[in-house]
Design a protein around this ligand. Structure first.
Ligand code: SER
Length: 599
């Protein structure tokens, strides 16, 4: 099934259940507390609280939308197979008060858990034809603040007939939504997974969180659901990733034509950023140094820096905007004003070029001054970067061309110092690709950060061990990424972890930290390491003599973890502080991702 049919089926199905279709709202929300629209429910906040009445405005308490959304949270991940900055979210909503919660009722009154769950299941299995065996669901497991959602659990089990081993209890972070901001409607949610990937989040807005933090029962319980349009499209088309889906294929083809030599990951960054920027501009955002304008500027400057680096001479924006318009113009007429959109792109390009050419002049002076040592200092590089917006990627090209060297460490140190004083949300995320102390595996911005990073590296080994210990030896590392804030670990596993498993894994790691085990390295022939059962990362090629890091010794009660690894690590696990899993999610079918912190 293609995206066009998916849109149609979605609206038809919910229309048959009394829903009225409402257009997507702008990416710029009318709620000043949020920078950009991140969820479908945002335009409806005042209907949940009863301040506005949906029957008066739309003729029904039941609404369905496909909403444009933009999230900066995953911006560093763009380039992999799934993450996007801008995406579309399908959602059905009910604002209450609850009239009938009978799934057979196709009226226009508010509904609640029963109808929302039954319809979710029907849409996935009957309309989309997805085999129920591929599905599992989660419900909120309860904690100190709000209780276990037994009602949703029972509806899935007794009414829909989902087997109990496919109804998992989740933690607050995954199974409780909102409020957006300090107070407002919020509640537990139930998620539908297909092949281990979350496709639908159904929120039961049954609470109102007060400013002081107390939850009271909402007077008008409502429903808010969100289903990732691109994710579902990938699944229904049977393609490997979102960039191969119909929603991106023409965009990727055009980029391929304009820049055949660029890395695949950068092509995806181009596709995502150019599409997102087109939509932002269409909704009235212009590049600037603050708020949404700053987000747009960073998207564009990142693309333009790569454009220079990869020598993409083509008139990128003029070529790309029509392709995006062709794909989405019918659904989102605001992007049809392509002349204006291209105009905004071009103005920003001119500004960027001016900055870069001023930077180039300055850079020539520096090359001249430093012709003896043939080296650019960190301070000089930083000045070029901060005063002229001159991207380091570009500077490196010139340095190489002139056979100079660059004190990149010094440069990154300066960036890190600067960030210390101006840690600002989005800016930090974008500008912060700071690699200072680069040991090969680990990258950090200062001594302090390096210490934290080394600790997270050892924690990664403990996590790798704990996962296999708890879930079985078939769990394989698929990727690992560490920065001073967190570790990120990808591994093979075909479903979401249960609350109990997640807790158990966290506890296992903390036990080993508390035991203050020694961590040490030995070099040995590869065969010997294999015989010892050291865990290798299958994506790496290893030399004949390898380094093996172990945690725990015979004297300390046995070896816990043993891995092929270049280091560095802490000397004793007690140096780590407490370990916490902050997120567990799907990367794609069969691959999970954990983020965790220490300290
Ligand atoms: N607000 C919830 C989400 O964004 C459900 O739509 O996931």
């Amino acid at each position: 099934m293609y995206s066009k049919d998916l849109r149609k089926h979605f609206f038809n199905f919910f229309h048959s259940k009394g829903h009225v279709r409402v257009p997507s709202s702008s990416l710029i929300p009318d709620d000043p507390s949020v920078l950009l629209t991140t969820a479908g429910m945002q335009q409806f906040k005042r209907y949940y609280t009863g301040e506005l009445n949906a029957t008066d405005d739309f003729g029904s308490q039941r609404i369905a939308t496909i909403q444009k959304c933009f999230r900066t949270s995953d911006i560093e991940e763009v380039g992999d197979k799934t993450h996007l900055t801008m995406f579309e979210m399908m959602g059905n909503f009910s604002f209450g008060p609850v009239g009938s919660d009978d799934p057979e009722d196709d009226g226009k009154e508010g509904y609640f858990k029963r109808a929302a769950i039954h319809w979710g299941y029907q849409f996935i299995t009957e309309v989309l034809g997805i085999d129920p065996d591929r599905m599992h669901v989660t419900v909120f497991g309860g904690d100190d603040e709000t209780p276990f959602d037994g009602e949703a659990y029972d509806i899935w089990k007794d009414e829909v007939g989902v087997p109990e081993d496919k109804i998992l209890k989740g933690v607050r972070e995954d199974n409780f939504w909102g409020p957006t901001g300090e107070e407002g409607p919020c509640g537990p949610c139930t998620e539908i997974y297909v092949d281990g990937v979350e496709v639908w989040n159904i929120v039961f807005n049954e609470f109102y969180k007060e400013r002081g933090g107390t939850y009271r029962k909402a007077e008008r319980p409502g429903i808010d659901t969100g289903m990732g349009f691109e994710r579902l499209s990938v699944m229904l088309e049977g393609v490997d990733n979102v960039f191969e889906s119909e929603l991106f294929r023409p965009v990727m083809a055009k980029i391929e034509e304009l820049a055949p030599n660029m890395d695949e990951a950068i092509k995806r960054v181009f596709a995502d950023h150019l599409r997102a920027a087109t939509f932002l501009i269409a909704d009235g955002v212009v590049p600037s140094n603050k708020e949404a304008g700053y987000i747009l500027r960073r998207l564009l400057r990142r693309v333009m820096a790569y454009q220079v680096k990869y020598d993409v001479h083509a008139n990128l924006f003029e070529e790309m905007v029509p392709v995006i318009k062709e794909l989405f113009g019918e659904i989102y007429p605001e992007i049809n004003d392509s002349d204006r959109i291209i105009g905004v792109f071009e103005t920003e390009k001119t500004k960027f070029q001016e900055a870069v050419s001023r930077g180039l002049k300055e850079m020539e002076k520096i090359f001249e001054e430093n012709r003896e040592e043939k080296r650019i200092t960190g301070e000089q590089a930083f000045n070029l970067f901060s005063t002229y917006g001159f991207p380091i990627e570009l500077l490196k090209e010139f340095v190489e061309g002139k056979q100079f060297t660059l004190d990149e460490e010094g440069f990154q140190k300066k960036v890190a110092e600067h960030q210390e004083t101006s840690r600002a949300g989005a800016g930090n995320k974008f500008g912060g690709h700071g690699l200072v102390l680069d040991t090969g595996e680990l990258k950090a911005g200062s001594e302090e950060e390096m210490k934290k990073t080394v600790g997270l590296h050892t924690a990664t080994h403990l996590l790798n061990w704990a996962l296999r210990h708890e879930l079985g030896d078939e769990v394989k590392q698929m990727g690992s990424d560490i920065n001073p804030e967190r570790l990120r670990f990808d591994f093979t596993f075909d479903r979401k972890l249960t609350m109990e498993e997640r807790q158990k894994i966290e506890d296992l790691v903390n036990d080993k930290i508390n035991a203050n085990l020694p961590v040490y390295m030995r070099e040995m022939p590869k065969e010997e390491a294999e015989q010892l059962g050291a865990v290798a990362f299958f994506k790496h090629k290893y030399p004949a003599i390898v380094k093996v890091y172990s945690v725990g010794s015979e004297a300390s009660g046995g070896v816990v973890s043993r891995e092929f690894c270049g280091g560095p690590h802490v000397e004793y696990t007690g140096q780590l502080g407490s370990f916490k899993i902050t997120k567990e999610e799907a990367v794609s079918a069969g691959i999970r991702r954990i983020r965790a912190t220490i300290g």
